[in-house]
Design a protein around this ligand. Structure first.
Ligand SMILES: C[S@@+](CC[C@H](N)C(=O)[O-])C[C@H]1O[C@@H](n2cnc3c(N)ncnc32)[C@H](O)[C@@H]1O
Length: 305
């Protein structure tokens, strides 16, 4: 039998203290605080075997979230697996911006979306999370909009059926399954017909699609390149092929309807100029604004059409 202190000592140079504490806590099914305050705790044989396997996986660079099977995002706990990207803290910015857009009068004035004298509660809008992955963005949005007016439709779209399975599970886990429709398909394709029939005032798009350029993807750490799905991360054309395809789709399929758009793309900071050019190519009159994340890096591009 090993004590917690034995494990911490043995792996001290191989793994970070934080990784060790999380993995021990996961193996013995007790909170991290317990691990920190009970170095004398004797780990049972079955727990020890599990812990050994967790430590081995982590030493091969498998991300902690895949080993424990979950990750916190926007104050909620999300199930994740090898078919879903692990939610990143910087992605919380897109949730903040979409919520602001959906709930504040200011957001509506800015877009010019609301017709004169139309109250917020009368505005019919849909929010589409394109490339939903574990569902972290749309589930967080649904959770916050729960108590507000329900004049909205929420969708999560992904090309990966395995990711959608996890997204549905996460929506059930957070009691918002009734509010979100998860749909399989590429970009807005599975919804274009439906959306034109819904008679919406506005469509809000949140997209954290693959946006790493070949160069950045090639230099990403082993935890990312070896374990996270490349189809969630990498995109052609300096990382902008998915976003360009989506803008093209919107310009072609919604050209004749009255629908207004507020589109939010998560990006890599160096993509600003190239993305602006692409946007102006499809929507010369679009308003484009960039927002920085907590690290001060340009992270979200908002396009108002
Ligand atoms: C960067 S991950 C983002 C996952 C999640 N939204 C998040 O914020 O963590 C990109 C997601 O886009 C999906 N995806 C890739 N190409 C797509 C496409 N053409 N249409 C819809 N989803 C796509 C991937 O399967 C993956 O789940």
């Amino acid at each position: 039998m090993s004590r917690i202190s034995d494990i911490l000592k043995k792996y001290y140079e191989k793994l970070s203290p934080l990784d060790l504490e999380i993995l021990i806590s996961h193996a013995i099914k007790k909170p991290r605080e317990f691990v920190l305050s009970h170095p004398e705790y004797e780990i049972r044989k079955t727990q020890n075997a599990k812990l050994g396997s967790f430590l081995k996986r982590r030493m091969k660079h498998e991300p902690i979230a895949y080993i424990t099977g979950h990750k916190e995002f926007y104050g909620l706990d999300f199930e994740v697996n090898k078919h879903t990207l692990i939610p990143r803290p910087e992605t919380e910015l897109i949730v903040d911006l979409v919520l602001k857009q959906a709930t504040s009068d200011k957001g509506q004035e800015n877009t010019g979306i609301t017709k004169k004298n139309k109250k917020l509660s009368d505005t019919r809008y849909a929010i589409c999370d394109i490339g939903t992955g574990s569902g972290n963005i749309i589930v967080s949005i649904a959770k916050r909009l729960e108590s507000k007016n329900n004049n909205h439709e929420l969708y999560g779209i992904d090309v990966s059926r395995m990711a959608l399975k996890i997204a549905r599970k996460n929506s059930k886990r957070h009691n918002v399954a009734r509010n979100i429709k998860f749909i399989h398909g590429s970009l807005l394709s599975p919804l274009t017909e439906k959306l034109t029939k819904l008679k919406l005032d506005k469509l809000i798009i949140a997209a954290n699609l693959p946006y790493l350029s070949k160069k950045i993807y090639a230099s990403s750490p082993k935890d990312v390149s070896k374990y996270e799905p490349g189809s969630s991360l990498y995109s052609e054309n300096y990382g902008l092929a998915h976003y360009e395809k989506l803008l093209k789709q919107i310009s072609e399929r919604f050209a004749i309807c009255d629908l207004r758009f507020a589109i939010f793309f998560e990006i890599s900071p160096e993509q600003k100029n190239k993305l602006e050019k692409i946007i102006k190519n499809y929507f010369p009159k679009a308003k484009v604004k960039f927002y920085k994340d907590l690290a001060g890096k340009r992270r979200v591009c908002k396009i108002t059409i």
